[in-house]
Design a protein. Structure first.
Length: 297
């Protein structure tokens, strides 16, 4: 850890731990949630089903790509969390600190989705606010004792450059569904590498790759065989969203129960997770829109 988790970084974490209070603990726990997958999935689904389908596709795709990229780096560098390197540290919200430490996935995701959404509204002040909130999410990860400062700096760079850069490329693509599908090949070598070197820490990457595959497939399917729009009364579009969330939760719970019955080795379970998240994503973003369009809803 001396190579990466420099002593001064550990000292920063210890210093912040010494000045914690119930108020700031609660505040930074709320701020850190901005970088969690539940928030950006809700925002992405809101755009996809209610506001602007094409932007929703772009947001969901770019953020999953950023998320997978951070996981690849985590699993290749294998930097332990600070509280693993120094057991005297007392992390908060440790249940969200899965996998390795570098870079910060929460910070990358927050900066990615916040700045991409700010760019959508084309207001400079919104982009400034997005950057400030992204920094606060990064600081929250250090304050909570689950990341080094270097982790969040790297996460900010990945989120800003990756999120905005991929969003721009997605805008320029003529066949967006095909581009999303083809881009899944970028991560295929890492799936093969991690398959030959199984590790419990790789679980989140297999799930994320399943989601990326599902997004590419679902967007291609929707673009060529469904092509729904976001027109119509607002209450109708919101109802689509609510039913879609319930539909997704039902599939997620059902598949989890089913796949638990056939679980096996670590590698088998990770590929079952990949398949489960692929089915979940494709059913929610591809098949569900097909059904509600067929029903004239």
């Amino acid at each position: 850890m001396q190579l990466y988790g420099w002593n001064f970084e550990l000292e920063i974490l210890r210093s912040l731990e010494n000045v914690r209070s119930d108020f700031f603990n609660g505040l930074f726990e709320m701020i850190t949630m901005i970088g969690e997958e539940t928030i950006f999935i809700i925002v992405g689904a809101l755009f996809y089903f209610v506001i602007d389908k094409k932007f929703g596709e772009k947001l969901l795709y770019t953020l999953c790509f950023v998320n997978a990229s951070t996981m690849v780096i985590k699993n290749l560098t294998k930097i332990p969390r600070p509280f693993v390197a120094d057991s005297s540290l007392q992390p908060i919200r440790v249940e969200t600190a899965t996998g390795y430490s570098f870079p910060s996935g929460h910070t990358a995701m927050a900066s990615g989705w916040l700045c991409t959404v700010a760019r959508y509204f084309k207001k400079k002040y919104l982009l400034s606010i997005a950057v400030i909130i992204s920094f606060l999410v990064g600081f929250s990860r250090v304050y909570l004792g689950v990341h080094y400062p270097s982790d969040v700096i790297a996460g900010l760079i990945i989120g800003l450059v990756g999120g905005l850069g991929l969003a721009y490329l997605f805008d320029e693509a003529k066949n967006k569904g095909l581009v999303a599908l083809a881009s899944t090949l970028v991560f295929l070598p890492f799936i093969l590498h991690f398959s030959f070197n199984p590790d419990h820490q790789y679980a989140d990457f297999f799930k994320t790759y399943g989601v990326i595959l599902s997004f590419g497939t679902a967007f291609y399917f929707e673009e060529h065989f469904v092509n729904f729009d976001n027109k119509g009364p607002l209450f109708k579009r919101l109802l689509r969203l609510i039913i879609g969330i319930a539909f997704a939760l039902g599939i997620k719970i059902g598949l989890k129960a089913l796949f638990d019955l056939i679980s096996g080795s670590l590698l088998v379970n990770q590929f079952l997770d990949l398949l489960r998240y692929f089915i979940l994503g494709f059913a929610t973003l591809g098949l569900y829109p097909w059904f509600f369009k067929k029903l004239g809803f």
